[in-house]
Design a protein around this ligand. Structure first.
Ligand code: GAR
Length: 198
């Protein structure tokens, strides 16, 4: 039976696309959820006939209510793994408790450096010569969960945020696909901050 994967995405969805483009993938993307009704990731999903759902932060929904609704939608999709692929919101306890150690996030910096919404800009502003990307399990913090894999990308003198992010994303997509394939095949065990894929 193929593994069931739910993807959370807020924007363009090239990481989602990379997951969808794997030939003979040992998983099915069973749903794509966004906090942003305009996310191009939703179009990509629909083009593949994948169920989509938008859970926007709204005035009538506090943070806990939003998180509970996300957990409800995801639970309905019965995913083995939840993949945050460019998802720009912090998940809360309802989602985390529904999928313990089964939520993966990709981040465009070498954590623990430059967490948060502007990892590429922050690394560039700091003046680092090497940055990169990280795939990690999601915990209650912002980009603080145990690390599954990282890849380094050199910062070039002429880089701006966009050019650097594009090069990072090339590495990021390949790394994310690789880790998702490994997780689907073998799962992982977590001991403190160390994650092992057997
Ligand atoms: C990716 O670089 C991802 O790491 C980043 O958003 C981009 C989404 O690209 N996520 C974060 O910054 C989360 N803090 P995509 O929409 O083309 O997949």
């Amino acid at each position: 039976m193929p593994a069931r994967i739910a993807v959370l995405a807020s924007g363009g969805g090239t990481n989602l696309q990379a997951l969808l483009d794997v030939p003979d993938a040992p998983y099915d993307v069973v749903g794509v959820l966004s906090d942003n009704a305009e996310a191009h990731a939703l179009v990509r999903a629909q083009q593949h006939g994948i169920t989509t759902e938008v859970v926007s932060p709204r005035d009538d929904l506090d943070r806990g209510g939003w998180d509970a609704r996300v957990a409800e939608v995801l639970t309905g999709w019965r995913p083995d793994w939840v993949v945050c692929a460019g998802f720009m919101r912090v998940l809360g306890s309802h989602v985390l408790e529904a999928f313990p150690s089964r939520i993966v996030n990709t981040h465009p910096a070498l954590l623990p450096s430059f967490p948060g919404a502007h990892g590429v800009r922050d690394a560039l502003d700091y003046g680092v010569r090497i940055t990169g990307c990280t795939v990690h399990l999601v915990d209650a913090g912002v980009d603080t969960g145990p690390i599954l894999d990282q890849r380094a990308v050199a910062v070039l003198p002429q880089d701006d945020e966009e050019s650097l992010h594009e090069r990072i994303k090339v590495e990021e997509r390949a790394m994310l696909v690789d880790i998702v394939l490994q997780l689907c095949a073998h799962g992982c065990s977590v001991d403190g901050r160390k994650v092992t894929i057997p």
